[in-house]
Design a protein around this ligand. Sequence first.
Ligand SMILES: *Cc1c(COP(=O)(O)O)cnc(C)c1O
Length: 357
Amino acid sequence: MTKVHNFSAGPGILPAEVLKQAAEACINFDNLNLSLLEISHRSKNYEKVMEESRAMVKELLGLNDNYKVLFLGGGASLQFAMVPFNLLFTEGTAGYVNTGVWATKAIKEAKLIGNTQVIASSEDKNFNYIPKGYEIPSTLDYLHITSNNTIYGTQMKEFPKTTVPLVCDMSSDIFSRKVNGNDFSLIYAGAQKNMGPAGATMVAVDETKLGKTGRKLLSMMDYQVHIKGDSMYNTPPVFPIYVTMLTLKWLKNNGGIPWIEQLNQQKADTLYSEIDRNSMFVGTTAKEDRSHMNVTFVMHKPELEVEFDKLAKEANLSGLKGHRDVGGYRASLYNALPLESVNALVQVMQAFEKKFA
Ligand SMILES: *Cc1c(COP(=O)(O)O)cnc(C)c1O
């Protein structure tokens, strides 16, 4: 099989060994001679998968015992609604930092549920930077931020310091670097960017913050119901959770967060220094806010894009097309992408410059 360098923004690349193990489990899971897809989620073998997945999230995020970990359906997009539903008091106000398309969607849902205040935004410059130095009213029920902006290629290098409970959408950089999970009251992440396949969303929530809004909740929208059911109130997305468990084990066995943080830094440094050196390309974001996960860049002469695309295809580079809101290119350097793939992209950029500069 030809080796393809997969820069897809999402669903994104997974470790090859994880894909193999996942494929095997679809045929014969745990030597049961049954597929993972055809056994009860209440079986001992599957309950172990759920327990291990939840425990590994707690360990990798360094969460204390107040936190409960859930794997839910509905994507990160359902969390845009579940967060205010569970944390926004009926008479209270939620604060949001608007750093892109996903944050905008989160704000839209929150507004449908209660008082919502956008306390900072980078919309004035097409979201190409992270707002800083804004005031956070201490009366907010929570402050919602997006740690990494998948579409625009910006990333928060520091999180706001506040006594207000922090809620973070970490969909596209979870487990990519060291964070102190206990600084957040709630972290959520769709699996399909940096953790597993589409279909499961991880929620880690400080249980002591729940049940206080004065709102009546639908069962499926109530974190407390899911916590009580050990994340199996209804049939959980069994396969994505299993593959997430395999991916987190892969991460842990290779050296955990310190290992991946260093590797991700190296991958990002390699690509950004080529973008800055290469006369054909320019980065689209403020340098201090550059994402280590999604690297966005455009061409000085966009009419040459077809030529670059040809070279990229010949070198088996896949998934580089930029989001329509930014144009140009986006290279996603998620955890499972090896440095070798970044080097392959850099080589193509250099060959392109030689030919067309
Ligand atoms: C992809 C993405 C989402 C949306 O995830 P779905 O699982 O498709 O709902 C939300 N937030 C961020 C930061 C994302 O990258």
